[in-house]
Design a protein around this ligand. Sequence first.
Ligand SMILES: C[S@@+](CC[C@H](N)C(=O)[O-])C[C@H]1O[C@@H](n2cnc3c(N)ncnc32)[C@H](O)[C@@H]1O
Length: 401
Amino acid sequence: MTPGARLSAAIDLLDAILAGEPAERELTRWARASRYAGSKDRAAVRDLVFDGLRRRRSLGWLGGGDTGRAIVLAGQAAAGAELDELFTGEGFDPSPITPAEREALAQGLDGAPEGVRLDFPDALRDDLTVSLGDDFEPVLRAMQERAPVDLRVNTLKTTLAAATVVLARDGVQVGPQPLARAALRVLENPRLVAASRAYTQGMVELQDVSSQLVVEAAGVRPGMTVLDYCAGGGGKTLALAAAMEGQGRLMAWDANPRRMADLPERARRAGASVRILTDADCAALRPTCDLVLVDAPCSGTGAWRRKPDAKWRLDLQRLESFPPLQDQILDAAATRVRPGGALVYATCSLLSRENEARAHAFLDRHPDWTGEGDRRLSPLDGGDGFYFARFRAPKRRGAVK
Ligand SMILES: C[S@@+](CC[C@H](N)C(=O)[O-])C[C@H]1O[C@@H](n2cnc3c(N)ncnc32)[C@H](O)[C@@H]1O
């Protein structure tokens, strides 16, 4: 594909996504229908689409409208591209730039409202300002950029030093990521990770460093009985398995079992032993777990860099649906914790109403449990936005602190 043809593809994809299609599905559909597009074309178009979505409002403002064309045009202008060489109207290139578009580009972001400059939905302003305080602007600016790529070294199979060498042989350069013990940051060629031997042989997993830190802070130890109660694809399940050093009993459950479909194969590759619970298994589980992890469904505001279309789908009605669900899941998960055991609550949200407020509400409903601290992570710490809180069950049920 020519550079201009890539822009045209991104413009069409963005228009479909702005009309409501999920970004990943649209990109997959386009790749299947576009046999002429090689892997480099697909990667370039994907970057154009995701970079555009992260800055949908500011680029739309600069390019003269909330359209794929405006977003791509302004994105190219911001990158210093020779616009008239790309927007020629010849072949598959987008049509030439209009006088109105030139005027919009020249005007810049001066006078643009805050939600446009910082690329967030206006309906979330109050939640974001209350939750982020002084970090409001720096965090939203960070959310306009691509997320770094972090790996978790699978310590069931290898060491950080050995994984670094094996990755380098396949062209993936990594450096230290000090936020979590088993983390490495990809410095060059992140797209080569998935095909690298280190990845296919289960020496490393692609996992954001904040997710890794959640598991590290959970305090899991070899020999424990552990339940991952919202296991999903199993990213944290596998991190738990590594922290348990292959000793103990690790179980995974999710209300939507299809989300765990790949977990047996991922666990096999990682050399991890995980028992996947059916709904009946989970319902029958007595309060026997030393630790239950609840990686709850949430607004995903902390992961906006990776899933930028989610930023624009989130509204107050959807946001309000999460806290009651989070409370309900926490209460159900707590019944599986043994007396004196631990419950860890985590979200990839930046918003207090899903985070600190849920932790306080849990302790209000369960005054015999003890809060053991919490932490909020934002992109300013180096990874995705995350929150986690740890609670300790009373030694005897019904005991008062
Ligand atoms: C944030 S995702 C989990 C991601 C996963 N832990 C990981 O690291 O890849 C939240 C998960 O909670 C699940 N879920 C939704 N409602 C639930 C419920 N009532 N009980 C348990 N899990 C639920 C969803 O299906 C989803 O997979």
